[in-house]
Design a protein around this ligand. Structure first.
Ligand SMILES: C[S@@+](CC[C@H](N)C(=O)[O-])C[C@H]1O[C@@H](n2cnc3c(N)ncnc32)[C@H](O)[C@@H]1O
Length: 229
């Protein structure tokens, strides 16, 4: 299912608009949309240096997984076209408004990253931030990213990951995993995404770890990088 930028959807039908494979929750969906809209600046303040590095020189047409309310629009070149793979209908209105403000030509495809409705080898660049932690099957999503990228195309990502064993951050990730996943609609702080990206069959992978210092302790261990199809 694809929704365009020009036709806002009546609020009452939002839940029914979620694609197969994604459960839209009215309360948590709205909470997460508001949370990432309100906290986006703060989160980006922590992640900006890495994002600026891995999203540098993006082409004028980009596919983004889980665009949320538009945290990464600022990294797109002027006049860019963004295809947003965003299954959560509660994100769409804010994402559309943000795209209009940034003059980005937006197309929302309301499908899950595990089943992207784009042809093989059709994308020059795919980006994501804070999404591989939340998707149901990150290996399937990475396979889809590889499928839609043209040979030589790039996947640039900034994600949060599992901490090193026997560290306070790792303990907090373990202890808080259930309430965290409940509040943030399936988000796991326990994924080793470095290994997953490295084993996803890309031609080359350049990834580095870094740490942020936020009060959301389970969220503080990050990676950023680029994988070439
Ligand atoms: C933590 S938010 C991050 C949003 C945005 N990328 C950012 O950095 O602020 C996770 C996003 O992934 C989306 N998402 C969840 N499951 C997904 C899936 N299976 N495929 C694609 N996107 C998904 C959610 O709807 C949400 O917008």
């Amino acid at each position: 299912m694809t929704t365009s930028t020009t036709r806002p959807v009546p609020k009452t039908t939002l839940r029914r608009l979620a694609p197969v494979g994604f459960k839209a929750h009215p309360a948590r969906g709205r909470f997460n949309s508001t949370f990432f809209w309100g906290m986006g600046g703060y989160i980006n303040w922590h992640m900006h240096k890495s994002k600026a590095k891995v999203y540098a020189d993006l082409p004028s047409s980009v596919v983004e997984l889980g665009s949320g309310v538009g945290a990464n629009l600022r990294y797109l070149p002027a006049g860019a076209r963004l295809t947003a793979i965003e299954p959560n209908p509660y994100m769409h209105a804010r994402l559309r408004r943000a795209a209009r403000r940034r003059r980005v030509d937006l197309e929302i495809r309301s499908v899950v990253g595990e089943r992207i409705d784009l042809p093989d080898a059709s994308a020059e660049a795919v980006i994501s931030s804070l999404v591989l932690c939340t998707v149901t099957d990150p290996a399937a999503v990475l396979a889809e990213i590889r499928r839609i990228l043209r040979p030589g195309g790039r996947f640039s990502f900034a994600e949060h990951v599992v901490a090193k064993p026997r560290t306070p951050t790792r303990w907090s990730q373990r202890i808080l995993r259930r309430p965290w996943a409940w509040v943030f609609e399936g988000c796991s702080c326990e994924r080793d995404l470095t290994s997953l990206v490295r084993s996803a069959g890309f031609t080359s992978v350049d990834v580095y770890p870094y740490r942020i210092h936020s009060p959301f302790v389970p969220f503080n261990t990050h990676i950023a990088g680029t994988a070439i199809a």
